[in-house]
Design a protein around this ligand. Sequence first.
Ligand code: PMP
Length: 281
Amino acid sequence: EFVLYHDQYVKKQDAVIDMEDRGYNFGDGIYEVVFVYGGKPFAMKEHFERFISSASKLEMQLPFDAARFVELTEGLIQKNDLKDGMVYVQMTRGASPRNHLYERDMKCLVTGFTRHMKPPEDLHKAGIRVYLTDDIRWLRCDIKSLNLLGNTMAKRLAADHNCHEAIQHRDGTVTEGSSSNLFIVKDGILKTHPANNLILNGITRQVIMKIADEQGITVEEAPFTIDELSDAHEVFISSTTMEVTPVIQIAGQLDAHYEIGDVTRTLQNRLKKKIHGSAHI
Ligand code: PMP
């Protein structure tokens, strides 16, 4: 197995990270996860467009353009002969004597690795339990930052309650999962939190909204409350690794059960069609 280190493919044990890399000291960096199906990455271009947008929001200098990132990532997939799984690419601001103050012209460090895995078809079928909790994260959740403590704490809490994912809310407004976006369906209308600073604008989320449009399903990008979540007919989460996964139960600050409905199944099946139909959205 090779890893990506700058623009080289090296053995994992040969990749050296400086003790004072800002990614290591401050979580000063960004990342993307792309899923690979039958050797083909899905929506790779969109992932690297978001990567570049995250870099720009943090004033990080890109060592490569989007096309080169795609090329290097495709090379890693081939080198590791990855058929089904994920490829992880991150970029930190690089190394300098530890200091909160960052310089804008630092040489960023790109690294990446692959992992064999299959989409969780059993969960796609059966649905999952989720745990509703406070969103304790910062106010720039639109950046796909390496700083994920709010997310990891929420995920741990959910797992401790036998739930697969944490669903977060700010003062009663439901935002997103710890590593996924959330959709509700009420009277056939699909609703999800607007893509602002309070959520990560998921690539899967964007594909789902496009599919909904194609299917004549009304989509509202609007904030919704815990009460609306409670009254929803269908609930599902979306992400690169979970695709469309139905929610059948909410625990924690809400106690609710849901059937897996037609809208969820339609979007789930259409997404799978898109994934297996072509490498582009
Ligand atoms: N929100 C958060 C906080 C996430 O970590 C993720 C997964 N990267 C998502 C949403 C879903 O994004 P995507 O569909 O691009 O995987």
